[in-house]
Design a protein around this ligand. Structure first.
Ligand code: CAA
Length: 381
C-alpha cells in the first residue's frame, strides 16, 4: 500500500497552492469586509480549472478525479472559506447531481457551463421544515402536459442570489415519502421562481445564501434529472461526494491554522521565552497535527475509493464527521495560542474560527453523519 500522491497530483497541489497565495489571499480581507466576492475572482478560479477539477473531461472537467479534487480543495482552504463555498455549491453539489443523475443530453447541456463557471449553480434541497429530514420535503411537482408545475420553498440555499441554475428537489406525492422525490434543473429566469435577499450569516462572508420560492413554476420535462422518484437517491449520492469535499476543505483549513499557530508560538515571547517552549502550547499543536494527519488519510482513502467506483456513503460520513469536528477543535486551539490577538479582527484567525462553525452543520450535521454511520453498522443486524 502506497500512501504517496502520484506526481501529477503533487504538481496540481503545488500549482493550486501558488495560485491561492498569489491570486486569492490578497482578496481575503476585502471579501470579508464587503461580504461579496468580485466576479473577477470567480473568473480567476474558473481560469485555473477549479470548478471542474474532479469531473471527467468529456463534460468539460479537468479529469483529476475525486482525489485530485480533494487535493486541490485542501489548498483552496488556505484562502477565505467563502471562495470554495461558491465552487462547492455550484459544481460540487448542483453539477454533481446533474452528472450522476442526468442523461447525456442534460449533462452536455449544463455541465460545460457550470464547470467553466460561465454559469453558477445552486442546490435546492433543504426546506424550512425539512433540513436533517431531507426526505420529508414538502415542495410539490405535478405532471402537466410536457412538463411539471412546481410549488413550494427552499431555505439556506448557497449561491442562490448569484446562481443561474438550480437543482430543485420536489415530491410528486407527499404521501409516498422519499420514493416520490424527483429532481429538476431550473433556470434562473423561469417564471414563478422567486429568490429572496442574501441572508446575514455568522461567517462565510462573501458566500451568498437565500431562500427560494416557487409559485406554479413550470419546468419542461427534459430538465428532469433521472426518472420520476429517483430524486432522493440522487440527492444523497450527491451529498456523499459533497461531504467528502467539505472534509478536504476542513483538513486544509485546519492545516493553515496549525501552521499559523506554530509560527505565532515561536515568535510570541512571554516570561522571557517564546510561548512554544511551554508544554501547554506544545500539546495543543501536537493534538492538532495528529488529528489533521488522520483526517487527511481518511479524505484520501474515501476519495480514492470514489475514483474506483465504490459507494462511499459510510466513509464520507465518517470523514466529514471526523474532519469537521477536528477543524472546530483546531480553530479553537488557534485562537487560544494567539491569545488576545486571536480574538481581534486584525488577524484572520478570528474569521477562520467563525467560518469553521458551519462545517458541522451544513451538508448534514454531525448528528446526521453519526446516524448514517450507525445505519451502515446495523444494516445486517
Ligand atoms: N446514496 C444512495 N442511496 C441512498 C443513500 C446514499 N448515500 N442513502 C440512503 N439511500 C437510499 C436508501 O438505501 C433507501 O433506499 P430504498 O428506499 O430503496 O431502501 C432510500 O435512500 C431512503 O433511505 P433512508 O431510509 O435511510 O432515508 P431517511 O429518510 O431515513 O434519511 C438521512 C436518511 C441520512 C437522515 C438523510 O435524510 C440525510 O442525509 N439527511 C441530511 C440531509 C443533508 O445533508 N442536508 C444538507 C443539505 S445541502 C447543504 O447543506 C448545502 C448547502 O447549500 C448549504
Amino acid at each position: 500500500m502506497d500512501f504517496t500522491l502520484p506526481e501529477e497530483l503533487l504538481l496540481l497541489q503545488r500549482s493550486v497552492r501558488a495560485f491561492v497565495e498569489e491570486k486569492l489571499l490578497p482578496h481575503a480581507e476585502t471579501i470579508e469586509k464587503t461580504d461579496a466576492i468580485p466576479r473577477a475572482v470567480i473568473d480567476a478560479m474558473a481560469g485555473m480549472g477549479l470548478f471542474g477539477i474532479g469531473f471527467p473531461e468529456e463534460v468539460g472537467g479537468q479529469g483529476f478525479g475525486k482525489l485530485g479534487y480533494c487535493v486541490a480543495v485542501e489548498q483552496l482552504a488556505r484562502a477565505n472559506a467563502s471562495l470554495w463555498n461558491v465552487i462547492g455549491g455550484s459544481a460540487g453539489l448542483c453539477g454533481t447531481a446533474i452528472d450522476i443523475g442526468g442523461l447525456d443530453g442534460l449533462r452536455s447541456r449544463y455541465l460545460p457551463d457550470l464547470l467553466s463557471a460561465k454559469k453558477i449553480g445552486a442546490y435546492g434541497l433543504s426546506e424550512p421544515g425539512a433540513g436533517s429530514d431531507a426526505g420529508g420535503l414538502k415542495t410539490t411537482a405535478r405532471r402537466d402536459g410536457d412538463g411539471y408545475v412546481i410549488d413550494g420553498a427552499k431555505t439556506f440555499i448557497t449561491n442562490a442570489p448569484i446562481a443561474d441554475l438550480f437543482t430543485v428537489f420536489a415530491t410528486l406525492d407527499r404521501a409516498a415519502g422519499s420514493k416520490a422525490i424527483t429532481a429538476f434543473v431550473v433556470e434562473r429566469d423561469t417564471p414563478g421562481l422567486e429568490i429572496g435577499p442574501n441572508d446575514e450569516k455568522m461567517g462565510l462572508h462573501g458566500s451568498t445564501t437565500a431562500q427560494l420560492s416557487f409559485h406554479e413554476m413550470r419546468v419542461p420535462a427534459d430538465r428532469r434529472i433521472g426518472a420520476d422518484g429517483d430524486g432522493f437517491k440522487i440527492a444523497l449520492r450527491t451529498l456523499d461526494l459533497g461531504r467528502l469535499g467539505l472534509a478536504a476543505h476542513a483538513v486544509g483549513a485546519a492545516q493553515h491554522l496549525l501552521e499559523a499557530s506554530v509560527a505565532y508560538a515561536k515568535a510570541r515571547v512571554q516570561f522571557g521565552k517564546p510561548i512554544a517552549v511551554h508544554q501547554a502550547i506544545q500539546w495543543l499543536l501536537a493534538d492538532a497535527a495528529v488529528g489533521i494527519h488522520g483526517a487527511r488519510l481518511m479524505v484520501y482513502d474515501a476519495a480514492s475509493r470514489a475514483d474506483r467506483g465504490e459507494r462511499i456513503t459510510d466513509r464520507a460520513a465518517m470523514t466529514k464527521l471526523y474532519a469537521t469536528e477536528l477543524l472546530g477543535r483546531v480553530a479553537d486551539a488557534a485562537v487560544q495560542v494567539h491569545g488576545g490577538m486571536g480574538y481581534m479582527r486584525e488577524l484572520w484567525i478570528e474569521r477562520a474560527y467563525r467560518d469553521a462553525r458551519i462545517y458541522r452543520i451544513y451538508e448534514g450535521t454531525s448528528e446526521i453523519q453519526r446516524v448514517v454511520i450507525a445505519a451502515g453498522l446495523l444494516a445486517d443486524a
